[in-house]
Write a protein that binds this ligand. Sequence first.
Ligand code: ATR
Length: 278
Amino acid sequence: MDRYAVAGNPVEHSQSPFIHARFAEQTGQALEYSRLLVPLDAFVPTVQAFAADGARGCNVTVPFKFEAYSAATRSSERAQLAQAANTLRFDADGWFADNTDGAGLVADVQHNAGCDVAGRDLLLLGAGGAASGVLGPLLELRPRRVVVANRTLDRAQQLTRSHQALAERCGTELAAAALDACGSGYQLVINATAASLHGAGVPVPATVLARGALAYDMMYGPAAAGFLQWAAEHGATGRDGLGMLVEQAAEAFLVWRGVRPQTAPVLAQLRARAREAG
Ligand code: ATR
């Protein structure tokens, strides 16, 4: 049986094995998908051992997305733009790196949440692996303006610099900002920071939200709860990253298996499981 896994640290709460098992059933593919807990200082040897053991690929999660990209011999254009990968395929001639996070976010925002990003003002919070994976695909939707705001301004500036040419091609104004000077009245605010994992609150004032804005947290479960509550308290529509998780997984499944599974039934099952658990 073809084997895959999600490689990260931590990975014990990952929903990816459940999602890929549903995709495999749905498409009639024989595969096994597990969790690979990777020591923080041993990403490459651990994944090499997994590949040498006959595995076909893996997803990559925190904190290894930059390392996964660097370790690959070939990569997709979207992974090159992000300089980060969430999907590795072990080919005969080496590792192929891709990044399906942005496509996943875009599918969830546009199709599942019904938010048309073209012509809108967008605030992206964070400039780490999560933010860099989604900036390119967001720009391709041709928003009017994108501001990347980060605690460390330098990192936001680096990220906007590497995406400036794409922004110009898309006719989008792209800028970097500090969290305390990132403007106000955005129709879409996307949280790609790890602030909640460190016990911190939402790192920007509620004035960033336009009336009726979509406030999107790329996290899900307890890690997204504070942001969703903040959104609700300030008249925005909150959405967690569960839909993005399923959509990025479907894109990874396509990279590995050549077929894109249906996401809606799997997202509905995950939401039902979350309701039962909570
Ligand atoms: P990931 O791959 O999840 O993006 P990361 O590369 O460590 O992980 O990036 C985490 C992001 O969350 C960064 O943008 C980080 O800001 P810095 O670049 O200044 O480190 C942001 N972040 C983490 N803790 C935060 C906090 N308490 N307040 C605001 N931003 C925070």
